[in-house]
Design a protein around this ligand. Structure first.
Ligand SMILES: NC(=O)c1ccc[n+]([C@@H]2O[C@H](COP(=O)([O-])OP(=O)(O)OC[C@H]3O[C@@H](n4cnc5c(N)ncnc54)[C@H](O)[C@@H]3O)[C@@H](O)[C@H]2O)c1
Length: 399
């Protein structure tokens, strides 16, 4: 595919590096930046034939087949509108919108124009995440009961993130979007998210939005997706996920401690360690191939293959809209201190019907509550009578 990148900042560079670092079929051919010097520098750094200070001209350029939005949150909708007008496929960074209403307008624009709309949720494409999803889908962890996804770092790198009007909020919209979509994947995208309870506060930074939050998202099948997000965490970027199921557990650590540890006195000069790393001396936790660990290559492969094959990508504009709806409810709950319903005017998954609890049967007479081998080798069973509801224990002595 031939790609136009809109924006020349932090994530635009990460994307361009992911696309141009290795030999690939897809190439960036155009960059839009409102600042001519930045546009030229970006084009020069990545060997692009074209650059423009007009978003519209960049999108409309005859060589461009797909547009990659890497602009601040308040510019996503306008960029999508121009792509829809020009009938160019579009892939957009996270969060899709600042609110569900904005995201829904973007979804409608793409669907009405009949163009491709991919949601660039890279953390749902990390190698660790993709392998975990295979396990979850195979049933290795059984029924998913609870997931926890955490993204925490010392705060973002540009002014607009800290301005609520431009960004749409604080840590919840910026980082919660990743966590919520990770949980949705593990729990099942067809399962309707119902309501949210969220605590949020502005603990450190002099801003209007929250810089720290914890939330619980309840799903129609009783599963809970917990998110923990912070712009106040010290020590780098902490990306961790957990899945708890009836038959198993998964723990993922995607960034800070990936098995690469290093000590330096700093003699070699200022080292680049990893995104949001706070120190360059002492014990450090570098990341081998950041783009890969963060899922960018797998994400772009899925997006461009999906366009070629005429199928939906793993992460769509619709997913971005559902994420925004969940985050809207989280922001509301942080104010009302109540469980707030998730308003999804367009729900495309399974109907909300409560799913019946399935207890583990031991035999015709009993349910099995617990089985454990004791330190002396005896086996203890905790059982519940199916008819009388009595809880008993049976011990089988080790011979
Ligand atoms: N993991 C991820 O997927 C990830 C990581 C970081 C950022 N992002 C997202 O990428 C987007 C951009 O974030 P970033 O970190 O690259 O920010 P950034 O500030 O580093 O870059 C933003 C770019 O947009 C340009 N810009 C700012 N205001 C503009 C305006 N009014 N008109 C035209 N251009 C303007 C800036 O000059 C810059 O080139 C955001 O939506 C953010 O949430 C995603």
């Amino acid at each position: 595919m031939k790609i136009a990148v809109l924006g020349s900042g932090f994530i635009a560079r990460f994307y361009a590096e992911s696309l141009h670092a290795q030999r690939r079929k897809d190439e960036v051919v155009m960059v839009y930046s409102r600042n001519i010097a930045n546009a030229k520098r970006f084009a020069n750094d990545y060997g692009l034939p074209h650059y423009s200070t007009s978003m519209q001209k960049a999108i409309e350029h005859s060589e461009v087949e797909v547009v990659l939005i890497a602009l601040p949150n308040h510019l996503h909708e306008e960029a999508v509108r121009l792509c829809a007008l020009a009938k160019k496929h579009v892939i957009c960074t996270k969060p899709l919108g600042r609110t569900a209403k904005e995201a829904k307008r973007m979804l409608d624009l793409v669907e009405e124009a009949g163009i491709f709309g991919g949601y660039l949720e890279d953390l749902c494409y990390t190698p660790k995440f993709l392998k975990s999803m295979e396990s979850v889908k195979r049933g290795d962890v059984g029924r998913v009961l609870w997931t926890k996804s955490r993204e925490a770092h010392p705060g973002p790198h540009s002014d607009w993130f800290w301005d609520k009007n431009k960004s749409g909020g604080g840590a919840i919209i910026d980082l919660g979007c990743h966590c919520v979509e990770i949980s949705r994947n593990f729990i099942g995208k067809d399962i309707k998210p119902i309501e949210v309870m969220c605590w949020a506060d502005t603990q450190v930074h002099p801003i209007e939005a929250e810089d720290h939050a914890i939330g619980l998202v309840k799903y129609a099948n009783g599963a809970i997706g917990q998110f923990e997000v912070s712009w106040t965490f010290r020590g780098g970027m902490d990306l961790r996920d957990e899945v708890m199921g009836t038959e198993g557990t998964i723990w993922l650590n995607s960034f800070l401690r990936t098995g690469f540890e290093m000590f330096t006195t700093g003699k070699g000069g200022e080292a680049y360690v990893a995104e949001k790393a706070e120190s360059t001396t002492g014990w450090l936790f570098p990341v081998g191939d950041e783009a890969h660990e963060l899922g960018y290559p797998h994400m772009f492969t899925d997006m461009f293959s999906a366009i070629e094959e005429g199928r939906e990508p793993q992460e769509t504009f619709y997913d971005g809209y559902v994420v925004n709806a969940i985050l809207d409810a989280a922001l509301k709950s942080a104010i009302t201190k109540l469980w707030e319903p998730i308003i999804l005017e367009d729900w495309r998954g399974n109907p909300e019907d409560a799913i019946e609890k399935q207890w583990n049967s031991y035999n015709e007479e009993y349910y099995l509550i617990k089985e454990e081998v004791l330190p002396n080798g005896d086996i203890k069973l905790i059982l519940k009578g199916k008819k009388d509801g009595k809880i008993i224990q049976k011990v089988t002595k080790k011979n």
